[in-house]
Design a protein around this ligand. Structure first.
Ligand code: ZN
Length: 529
């Protein structure tokens, strides 16, 4: 049965994301003020990227006095449109289906028509497949309109605000990025600004701002959605992580199954920062909130300079307080539930992110073909990759605990299990959810996790859990190293499914919140600055 609008809203707990305002000097406030103002324009663009009809629908809800419409408006703002991101984008207002290509393509455009056009017009290839164009119909044909033109109404003033912020900033590397990003908004050439973003150093204010992720484009996965993450950097916590990163090559070499591929240093090349989020907008704010990200996505930038990881600490804390704790209280045995801890979970998320940089990437298939893991595993890559990050991340965490660098095995194991239950709540068709099913079912089979049908709760057996994690890590890395599509399919069909204990657990949690609705105190603070 479909949820009422009240039930949908209740899935997101309004949670204030706090940060230490005392860290900000006068100049910092001015810079932040400008950047936040510019970020609101990213909201306006993203809304149109989701659907060009969004502004019209939004205006109708905003002008209505009906109580039901106020609730619909609330949820529309969370989802950035009339489609529910927790229910495969099915509509919760009206009946209209969401086009796979969102607002990036003509709504009736098919994959075939797009490809046929490019066969006939080879010179369009780059513009059509690029991150930064909108595809429109023009006469009988198709045309690629650069973002700089399609969204000029918002990008022009955003560029102006970023330049004003750059003039005020006393950090030259941040100023350089803000200037070059403003330039990119006008020219549609983002390369230099992506490079400059990786060079930002020692800045208290952390700004990630522009078109980045391509998930909103479910038709072809080409088009980048506008977003902003604005935060305050914690230099001490960031430095602690930098020390942890030194261990990565050694940690990867000691992973079970690392003898099946050539261990590289992919993860070690990307610096990492810890920030408290002060404001987010656009794609970053829609639906479920990220607790970490790794950018940019442009392969050319990766090759030239690498990438950067950012941990959003206060977002993680807020989700823990508002959602994860409630999942733990329902899923874990009374004897172990008190072991669920934010510090442990934070390390688990961190190691997950770092473990994405481990494992095979370029591989040779048994028939001698050179390829990459993701090309070989196709649509099964995402869930397997998330499982790899969870499992290899746990192996690294456990060995750091073994070496005394980090502490608390029991808290880590219990918190890991709870985080997997929390992942299932984002949807079992989604990559993280499917990976969580795989891991939990494997642990259940190996006795690392025991289910008590009477209480409906789970209990960890530490020794068996450690063995099971090691074993599954070895299998997953082996499947990636061999590019074994059939093997991955078999593994996911066997374990990545709803088994009776997990089905019972999910239905027992159905009334619990799924995520937070972030509230940003800076919006009020700015009024008094
Ligand atoms: Zn991941």
């Amino acid at each position: 049965m479909s949820k009422t609008i009240g039930e949908r809203i209740a899935q997101f707990v309004p949670t204030t994301l706090t940060f230490d305002e005392g860290l900000l000097g006068e100049r910092d406030r001015q810079v932040l003020g400008k950047v936040v103002e510019a970020a609101r324009l990213m909201d306006a663009i993203f809304l149109r990227q989701v659907s060009p009809r969004n502004p019209e629908w939004l205006a109708r809800l905003e002008s209505s006095q009906a109580a039901e419409d106020r609730d619909l408006l609330h949820y529309f703002r969370i989802m950035y449109g009339p489609w529910d991101r927790l229910e495969e984008h099915r509509p919760f207002v009206g009946q209209e289906a969401k086009p796979l290509g969102a607002g990036f393509y003509p709504p009736d455009l098919t994959n075939e028509e797009f490809e046929d056009w490019l066969v006939a017009s080879r010179e369009d290839e780059e513009a059509f497949r690029g991150f930064y164009t909108v595809i429109t119909r023009e006469g009988d044909g198709l045309s690629a309109v650069p973002y700089s033109r399609a969204y000029a109404e918002f990008l022009q003033p955003a560029a102006g605000l970023l330049e004003e912020a750059a003039e005020i900033s006393d950090n030259p590397s941040l100023a350089r990025f803000l200037f070059s990003r403003a330039e990119a908004f006008r020219t549609n050439d983002y390369f230099q600004s992506e490079m400059d973003w990786l060079d930002v150093e020692d800045s208290l204010i952390d700004v990630t701002f522009g078109p980045y992720e391509v998930y909103e484009d479910r038709l072809l996965g080409y088009k980048a959605a506008f977003e902003a993450f604005i935060g305050i950097r914690d230099p001490e916590a960031s430095e602690q992580l930098e020390t942890l990163i030194q261990y990565l090559p050694e940690l990867e070499r000691s992973l079970p199954g690392s003898d099946q591929y050539t261990v590289g240093t992919r993860g070690a090349s990307s610096p990492i920062s810890v920030i408290d989020e002060v404001f987010s907008a656009g794609d970053a704010r829609a639906g479920v909130q990220a607790v970490a990200f790794l950018l940019p996505n442009d392969e050319r930038v990766w090759q030239a300079k690498g990438s950067r990881k950012v941990m959003l600490r206060n977002v993680g804390e807020a989700k823990f307080r508002s959602c994860v704790v409630t999942v733990g209280a329902r899923a874990i045995s009374e004897a172990q539930v008190s072991l669920l801890a934010f510090d442990a979970l934070y390390n688990i998320v961190l190691m997950h992110e770092l473990a994405h940089g481990m494992g095979p990437s370029s591989i040779t298939l048994p028939d001698g073909t050179q390829t990459t893991v993701s090309l070989a595993l196709k649509e099964l890559m995402s869930p397997l990759e998330e499982a790899k990050a969870d499992l290899a991340g746990m192996c690294c965490l456990l060995s750091l605990i073994d070496d005394g660098v980090l502490s608390d095995l029991e808290r880590s194991c219990v918190s890991y299990v709870v985080s997997e239950f929390a992942s299932i709540r984002f949807g079992i068709d989604e990559a993280h959810g499917r990976a969580a099913l795989l891991e939990l079912n494997f642990l259940l089979e190996r006795g690392g996790l025991a289910y008590d049908a009477r209480s409906g709760r789970f209990q960890v057996d530490y020794d068996r859990m450690l063995d099971a994690i090691q074993d599954l890590t070895r299998r997953v890395l082996g499947l990636q190293a061999r590019g074994d599509y059939e093997g991955v399919k078999l593994l996911l069909d066997t374990y990545g499914i709803l088994t009776p204990p997990l089905e019972a657990a999910i239905s027992a949690m159905s009334d619990l919140p799924v995520d937070i609705e972030p509230l940003f105190p800076i919006e009020e603070m700015m009024e008094s600055w």
